[in-house]
Design a protein around this ligand. Sequence first.
Ligand code: HEC
Length: 125
Amino acid sequence: MHSPEKITAQKILGFLILSLSTIAASHHVPNSSIALGEVVYQGRCKVCHGNLGDGKTFAANALFPPPKNFTSKSTKTELSFKRMIRSITKGTPNTAMMPWENILSEQEIIAVVNYIRQRFMSPQK
Ligand code: HEC
């Protein structure tokens, strides 16, 4: 006879192994980060970078250089994850892209990069 404790322990172990192998198999960004990133983007970035991430906004008319179009081919090759973290944290001097390090947490900056990359910069888009 199986004792109930043993079954539970086996189930937990099985679940852990399954979860770990799933995490190892995919470099998947947790949905919670994407959700947080969406909130940040909608609240802070959309006004310049646009609902579709293409930089075609009313604000863009007044900005030179214009906001990055995240959906263009050249941007996708140019902007690495690391560079985006840096640009958002420190801003780009002499442009409307201000530093966000005193406004957003590190976690929020990572989340918004994850969101932009998944929503606007994935290869199939
Ligand atoms: C006031 C308008 C404005 C807002 C708001 C804004 N941006 Fe930008 N952003 C720009 C402009 C203009 C550029 C182009 C300057 C440049 O080449 O870096 C830019 C460039 C960028 C780049 C590319 C920088 C590089 O390395 O080439 C990233 C990434 C970016 N923005 C992310 C964001 C995120 C994330 C937010 C919200 C937290 C945001 N931006 C909010 C105007 C804005």
